[in-house]
Design a protein around this ligand. Structure first.
Ligand code: AMP
Length: 142
């Protein structure tokens, strides 16, 4: 049986505003912010506000709202960085590589010939994340 949702996870804290994030998007159901250990330039996380551990225990209505925003953010991120493509990733349980147990989707711009950096690798400088967040917000605005 799947473990219970833990409201002490780091994304729940970000959603409650208890710890900072570089937000690029928010609506009534979904938030998007920069991954602090990006696997590529512009790596963004799209996170539903409703609590679930991952895809396995999520309400289907949550998935609908989440993926509508994933598409919106994906289009904006591709535009913001003039990317050649995008990789979406979503992990479920430790065996898959999940490290934060609140459902989220990774949106990662891709460039021809540039491999992804390791998952949960190096911390990016806050000023770089802030600059990238600004570009994505501008792309989302128009
Ligand atoms: P996973 O649960 O394996 O799909 O990935 C969790 C992701 O969250 C990793 O890519 C981490 O780099 C990222 N991450 C961890 N802590 C934070 C944080 N405080 N703010 C933004 N991203 C984070």
């Amino acid at each position: 049986m799947a473990e219970a949702y833990d409201p002490g996870n780091i994304f729940a804290k970000i959603l409650r505003g208890e710890i900072p994030s570089h937000r690029v998007y928010e609506d009534e159901a979904v938030v998007a912010f920069m991954d602090v250990m990006p696997q590529g330039t512009g790596h963004t996380l799209v996170v539903p506000k409703a609590p679930s551990r991952n895809m396995l225990d999520a309400d289907p209505a949550t998935l609908g709202a989440l993926f509508a925003v994933v598409q919106k953010v994906a289009v904006a991120v591709k535009k913001a960085f003039d990317a050649d493509g995008l990789t979406l990733m979503q992990f479920n349980e430790p065996a898959s590589g999940q490290t934060v147990y609140h459902l989220h989707v990774h949106v990662i711009p891709r460039f021809e010939g540039v491999p992804l950096k390791p998952h949960s690798g190096q911390m990016e400088k806050p000023e770089v994340l802030a600059e990238h967040a600004g570009k994505i917000r501008a792309a989302l605005a128009g």
